[in-house]
Design a protein around this ligand. Sequence first.
Ligand code: PGA
Length: 256
Amino acid sequence: MRRKLIAGNWKMNKTLPEAVELAGELKKQVGNVNDVDVVLCPPFPMLFSVGEIIKDSNIKLGAQNLFWEEQGAFTGEVAAPMLTSVGCQFVIVGHSERRKYFGETNQTVNRRIKAALKFGLTPILCVGETLEQREAGSMETVVTTQVKEGLADFSADEVAKMVIAYEPVWAIGTGRNATPEQAVEVHSLIRELLKSQYGADLANKFRIQYGGSVTPQNANELLQEEEIDGALVGGASLKADSFAAIIKAGELLSHA
Ligand code: PGA
């Protein structure tokens, strides 16, 4: 069985004192987690302090975005070596909110992934269709294109270092999660695509997370699916108790 990866995407939430409190509480509750991988993705200004709090625990640090250049005159941007220098091991790339509000395309996603890999960061590539696309019957085309173009020109060795998060846009922040069946259908589609492009060995080891209104209430039924290799959690990662409950659901299942 693939090891589950539970990541908390704090989005644009938490001031420094709030971030420190949340990270401290999570360290207390799940700092010695062993059977699943746990990643916190706070906003940029909080990365270092959160990293300091969790560095002697089993919780890892991730960022929510990065720019593809390594340094230079790019006001307001953050580069991969900056992220690694504050302790990041993961970075979310191509979240639907970045695609929707900040003009992110599959091509810019591809460049960001390249920069992440160059500096040893594990990219979490987010893909997923909108409700209109699903209702128009184009979910498969949309997701396939996002994966193919996002991963364009990467070798199998490079792809093996990544994670994909399937996040249907209609499920993000809406309280309406995809059913396990809906998630499994798309995860299988992505896995088949990886298999055809990079081989069965890579596809079988590759982790595909589900994201979109994951809560302690639905975590168990989603995570118990073999096809679902973890969760990318937004809202429910902002409170220690609810995020810890999701992590514990993942842990319990790893013993099942
Ligand atoms: P949500 O967000 O859990 O609040 O739906 C998930 C995400 O956007 O990663």
